[in-house]
Design a binder for this molecule. Structure first.
Ligand SMILES: [Zn+2]
Length: 125
């Protein structure tokens, strides 16, 4: 049982991070860099249920901020480079890390939303 659960979680993680359909894993989830397609082009799953909100941006900001700021601080303490070196290295690094992480993070959150059947909370009548 626990092995099936881990396998299912791993499978959902791979589908999400590769931008594949959370149900079949063969269709494309995105139609652009971050725009979600209206439906899966293989199994027809309607992607209207998807609502990641600001989740991907929050995670990417926290991860990239920690990584890039940590490297910048380490470089400053270790080598004391001039400010232009920081600008030349760490500004592009910030952009690359953020843009590189956004799509897999969004795909991962969508896959987890699908796997866990997460939806907006409602009050019972
Ligand atoms: Zn599909």
């Amino acid at each position: 049982m626990a092995n099936d659960e881990a396998s299912s979680l791993w499978s959902a993680t791979i589908k999400g991070m590769t931008g594949s359909c959370p149900r079949c894993g063969r269709g494309k989830l995105f139609k652009g860099l971050l725009d979600v397609a209206p439906a899966c082009n293989k199994c027809g799953l309607d992607f209207k249920f998807i609502d990641t909100g600001d989740g991907p941006a929050v995670f990417v900001t926290l991860i990239a901020g920690l990584a890039v700021l940590g490297l910048a601080l380490w470089a400053e303490l270790r080598y004391e480079p001039p400010i232009w070196v920081h600008l030349v290295i760490f500004l592009p690094m910030t952009l690359i890390v953020c843009i590189g992480l956004l799509r897999p993070t969004k795909g991962l959150l969508i896959a987890m939303q699908y796997r866990n059947e997460a939806e907006e909370g409602r009050l019972e009548n």
